[in-house]
Design a binder for this molecule. Structure first.
Ligand code: PLP
Length: 358
């Protein structure tokens, strides 16, 4: 089956097969990859290779640190103000969907989290234009969400924010195309869309920001301390880290982010063309310039057909298409692990379904 689900993870088959092989015994370590010590030479090699490969894949310069953390992207959202803002300091949030709101909510208890711009009034069907951002010059950072996984809204080019560092949630679009890391103070991403399994999160931080005092926090919540301990202040999610490494290696072997950018552009174009060319049987409501290449929400003209669409899709080997409960309808997630053949099968099914029920 082709799995279009946005989570908990979308993994390429060769990665799953490799991971399976090491479940019983990792290399000649005498134990499963799940069991070997995270401080032993075998796992340290896995962890360091994963970082080196991620740096190659995303062209991360040396003046950026890479952290591998547990707790998901939501925990990063809570730790951003603790690590990078003084108590009560303003932090600006540009809200283009559900996850931008989450980031704001997580920060609000300990900083002056401000909405610099929001497209909520329009139902998050478009991006808040740069001209409408109301930025605070004294802000610790400006937070943006590169791709809104639920609303299917993506910045094709994230605007400049001036002197204040940009902090970007790239959870659902990291590694989907080339990225200029140097434009950002912090880039973070839950691994579970393009980088691997759920349970590990990547935080890419410009090193000078780690010098900020931030706020009182336990060492485990301190990114400087995590960096000094190579992201192993406590037991790291070692299995997730290992599978992340396999996934990153797979992307490099497939041709890297430039190749995935081409594939992702073709997949998205195919699906949007099928939706737009259906004469209103299917519709996507996002402004064309803001449409996500990773998550494509769409609606059937008659919601009474939704259950039938999902049941017939499942029979045709197309699963995970049910839309998020916030929006309803359908959603097709087209992460790097989704082959073009999967999207071709989906648009073919959509055409046939329309013929049968249109
Ligand atoms: N940000 C974005 C863009 C997401 O898509 C998600 C989850 O889907 C999150 C944040 C929250 O991630 P997590 O569940 O890893 O905390």
């Amino acid at each position: 089956a082709y799995n279009f689900s946005p989570g908990p993870a979308m993994l390429p088959e060769p990665v799953l097969r490799q991971a399976q092989a090491t479940l019983l015994e990792y290399a000649d370590a005498g134990a499963s990859i799940l069991e070997i010590s995270h401080r032993g030479p075998e796992f340290l090699a896995v962890a360091r290779q994963a970082e080196a490969d991620l740096r190659t894949l995303l062209a991360i310069p040396d003046d950026y640190a890479v952290l591998f953390t547990a707790g998901g992207a939501t925990t990063v959202q809570a730790l951003l103000p603790l690590n990078f803002a003084a108590p009560g300091q303003p932090c600006d949030y540009v809200i283009s969907g559900h996850w931008g709101k989450t980031a704001l909510k997580q920060a609000a208890p300990c900083v002056d989290a401000r909405i610099a711009a929001s497209s909520e009034d329009g139902g998050f069907r478009d991006l808040p234009p740069r001209a409408q951002w109301r930025l605070s010059p004294e802000a610790a950072y400006v937070h943006v969400t590169a791709n809104e996984t639920i609303h299917g809204v993506e910045w094709r080019a994230i605007p400049e924010a001036g002197e204040v560092p940009l902090v970007a949630d790239f959870s659902s679009s990291i590694a989907s195309e080339p990225l200029d890391v140097t434009r950002f103070g912090v880039i973070y991403a839950g691994a579970q869309k393009n980088l691997g399994p759920v349970g590990i999160t990547v935080v890419i931080v410009r090193r000078d920001l780690l010098e900020r005092a931030g706020q009182a926090r336990a060492p485990i919540l301190d990114y400087r301390a995590q960096l000094a301990a190579e992201s192993m202040l406590n037991t790291p999610p070692s299995w997730n880290w290992y599978v992340l490494g396999l996934t990153v290696r797979w992307m490099l072997d497939e041709g890297g982010v430039a190749e995935f950018a081409r594939r992702n552009a073709r997949k998205a174009a195919l699906l949007y063309a099928a939706i737009d060319g259906s004469g209103g049987f299917y519709r996507n409501e996002v402004a064309p310039a803001a449409r996500s290449r990773m998550n494509v929400p769409f609606f059937l003209h008659d919601p009474a057909l939704d259950a039938l669409f999902l049941a017939e899709a499942k029979q045709a080997g197309l699963i995970g298409l049910k839309g998020h409960r916030v929006l309803g309808g359908m959603r097709a997630s087209l992460y790097n692990a989704m082959p073009e053949a999967g999207v071709q099968a989906l648009v073919e099914f959509m055409r046939e379904f329309q013929v049968r029920h249109g």
